[in-house]
Structures are given as C-alpha cells and as structure tokens.
Design a protein around this ligand. Structure first.
Ligand code: CTP
Length: 400
C-alpha cells in the first residue's frame, strides 16, 4: 500500500524548529511527507534540513519546477495537510484564500483534512482579526488546534506556544484515521468536564473519588481531531493537557460548576464526564484537624453540592445545546441509567458499570449510551477513545 501523503506546511515563527521533530515522527511512522515552508520559515530552519529529513526537495515558491505544476499537484495528492507552526499571517492568508506562495496554493488545492497548529504571541492570538480568521477556517472544516500556554519567545509567558510535536502528531494521526474530508464537529464549541472533584476538610485532607480523568481527556482529544473548539474543565487529573484544547483546572465541585456554566454559555455540546462529589464537608477547618487522644473523632457533617448536569440541562444556555451525562452504576445498571437520564434531563447518558477493577484508571471502557429520544447504543469493551467517538457519532446528527 502507498504511504499516506502528508504536506507539512511550516510558517515563519521561532517554533519552526519544533516542526523538525514533527516531521521525524511523521516519516518514522510511515508517512510520505513533503515539507512546504514559507519564505520566512527559511529564516528559522533552512531548506537543507527539511529536504534531508523528508527525503524530498523543498521549495517555497510556485516558480520552482513549474513543469511539474507543484502548486496544484502537492495539494491535490495530499491525504493530510498540517501547518505547524501556523503564524497569524499564514492563518490570515489561508482564511482569505490568498495564493501568493506554494503553501497557500497547496491549501487552496487540497481536498483532504487540514490541521493548523498556531503559534504566536498572546496579543496576536487574541486580536479580533486572528479570532475571526480562526473562526472562518474552522467553519470551513479546518482543524485549528488551540495553542498551548507557557513560555513564549522572549521572557514573556502566555497562550500562544506551539503544542509539543508529539501532541500535534497524535492529532494528525487521529484526523488521518478518520479520513473524513470535513471534520464533523468543525465550527462547534464543546465543553467537557473530566476527573474527580476534591472536597477539602482541612488544608491537607479531602473527600475525593477514584476517577482518573482518562475518559474525559479521550473526549477532548477526539473532539479536537473532529474539528471542534474544545474547553476541558479538569478536576485533579494527573494527565498532561491534551493538545489543541483550552484547559481550565479546578479542584472542587463548586469551582467546577462555575467553570462549566461559564464555558457552556456559548457551547454547542457539554459532556459531563467528571465524577462530581455529591456532598462536601459542611465546614472547612482552617488548621489541620488534630486527633485528640482517648476521644472519638467528631462526625463529619456534609452538605449537598449543586448537580451541575441537572442544572445546565434544565436551563440551556443555547437553544438546541446538546448535553451528555455519565452514570457510573454498580447494580441494576440499565434500569438505574434510564431513571437517571429522565431525572437529570440530559439528551444522552453514557451508562457504565463500575467496580474496584472496572473502568477507573483503566485504558478501556464498556458502556451503553441511552438517548432521551429512546435510542440505546451498546458500546463494546474497547479504548476510551472509541467510546468517545461513538458518543460524538450520536451527538452530531442531533445537533441543530
Ligand atoms: N454530576 C454533576 N453534578 C453533581 C453530581 C453529578 O454534574 N453534583 C454529573 C456527573 O458529571 C455525571 C452525572 O451527573 O455526568 C451522573 O452522576 P452520578 O453521581 O452517577 O449521579 P447521581 O445523581 O449522584 O446519582 P446516584 O448518586 O443516585 O448514583
């Protein structure tokens, strides 16, 4: 079988050096990669490096090798185009359909999925011009992953860093695997909660649960690959931030509620995969609670936490917003699931059976997805990503 053909567009930013690592990963995993740098990218990494690492000649202009019509062929033949880093200028030229160099010509002739991994200073990323360009590209079906937050070129830090090459590679792998020409969550904002909340008793102790966050993170990664803008509200998950998602870290149920309600204000879909504590200690001890010799411990009084899923389902921020809940059950799994779907008022409920050795912390999951419209979809034992993709397959046709 022919190797999948990938075009790696590189635009002129300091993060261009990281694209060398992405290129290596792509070639080493069996992809035939053509690098198309912009002229300014060559100020950062020279054509010799791209050519040696890709095993192909490299050009930036449409005037090289004109007899082979590279400005049309390179895009037409590609199975995936990934632009990393994508500067504000490249995003603007792509959004406006300019065709002033080989990369922009390639973007116009490509009919395959296109992934942009932007990298720029925070001010440029946040500028309304860039925001609009990104929205236009996403609406047209491009996957524009969110930049990471951290150290930028100078001493400054903020949002705008190119995600790590390994993470961009994972997004590319997933997009290629799906192969759909138009990612079906393009232009959609999805909010996903993940992990387990911790309800503090004192500065060192908390009531918590065994949720690892892996299922919620799998939702985030798959949604990015399907073109969505993703906000991940994560509670105490010991996992690296997934590339391309906006991650809001929270600790308690009350903090999770605030973050989810805020993010849901313009969301098309909300997935509540987090294990939210139903109760929290009524009082928080400012100092560490000490054991008092010879005396029984004080009972811990608990109060109810708000039910975030029920609240956002009853009071939808956006008409037609689709809400997905989770139910972790130990007995009477389906009957409890149906009852919970009705009680919570969400559109889909992913019901899974949990126990000491099941689901928590594992890479695999098995579930039944119940829909408010009566549909029931069993999902066989498999990777958490497959379960997430099945849920997205059920979400997409139900969106307005
Ligand atoms: N959930 C929530 N807010 C809470 C508790 C739960 O949003 N305070 C959400 C979870 O994220 C999950 C769903 O509700 O999507 C199911 O939670 P679960 O704890 O199983 O439901 P309960 O209503 O607590 O039912 P029970 O305790 O009877 O199992």
């Amino acid at each position: 079988m022919d190797k999948p053909k990938v075009v790696l567009g590189v635009s002129g930013g300091i993060a261009a050096y990281k694209a060398c690592e992405l290129l290596r990963r792509l070639t080493e995993s069996g992809h035939d990669v053509r690098v198309v740098p912009t002229a300014s990218a060559l100020h950062f990494v020279g054509a010799a490096t791209w050519s040696a690492l890709s095993g192909h000649p490299v050009s930036t202009e449409v005037w090289d090798d004109v007899h082979e019509v590279p400005h049309v062929r390179t895009g037409q033949e590609a199975d995936l185009v990934v632009v990393a880093p994508a500067t504000a200028d490249t995003l603007a030229r792509a959004a406006h359909g300019l065709a002033d160099d080989l990369l922009t010509n390639t973007l116009l002739t490509a009919r395959c999925p296109v992934v942009f991994a932007p990298a720029m200073h925070t001010e440029m990323w946040e500028h309304p011009a860039t925001r609009e360009n990104v929205s236009v590209l996403r609406r047209r079906g491009a996957v524009v992953i969110e930049p990471a937050t951290g150290r930028l070129t100078g001493a400054d830090t903020g949002k705008g860093r190119l995600p790590e090459p390994g993470e961009i590679f994972e997004v590319c792998r997933r997009v290629l695997e799906r192969g759909a020409p138009v990612p079906d969550l393009a232009g959609r904002h999805v909010v996903i909660s993940a992990g387990g909340t911790r309800e503090p008793l004192d500065p060192v102790r908390f009531l918590g649960n065994r949720s690892s966050g892996k299922q919620g993170y799998a939702f985030a990664r798959t949604a990015v690959a399907r073109g969505a803008r993703v906000t991940l509200v994560s509670a105490n998950a010991a996992l690296p931030d997934p590339a391309g998602a906006d991650v809001v870290h929270v600790g308690t149920a009350l903090q999770m509620r605030e973050a989810v309600v805020k993010a849901a204000a313009d969301a098309d879909v909300v997935v509540m995969a987090a294990a939210v504590a139903d109760f929290r200690p009524a009082a928080y001890a400012e100092g560490k609670i000490k054991k008092k010799d010879g005396r029984d411990p004080e009972p811990v009084a608990l109060v109810r936490n708000p039910d975030i899923l029920a609240e956002i389902s009853a009071d939808r921020a956006v008409p037609g917003q689709l809400i997905v809940g989770f139910a972790a059950e130990t007995d009477d799994v389906l009957a409890n699931g149906r009852e919970k779907l009705r009680r919570k008022g969400c559109d889909l409920l992913v019901v899974n059976e949990v126990g000491e050795s099941k689901t928590f912390g594992s890479e695999q999951n098995e579930a039944v997805v119940l829909a408010a419209d009566g549909a029931e979809t069993p999902v066989p034992h498999g990777p958490k990503e497959s379960l997430a993709d099945t849920v997205w397959d059920l979400v997409v046709p139900r969106l307005p």
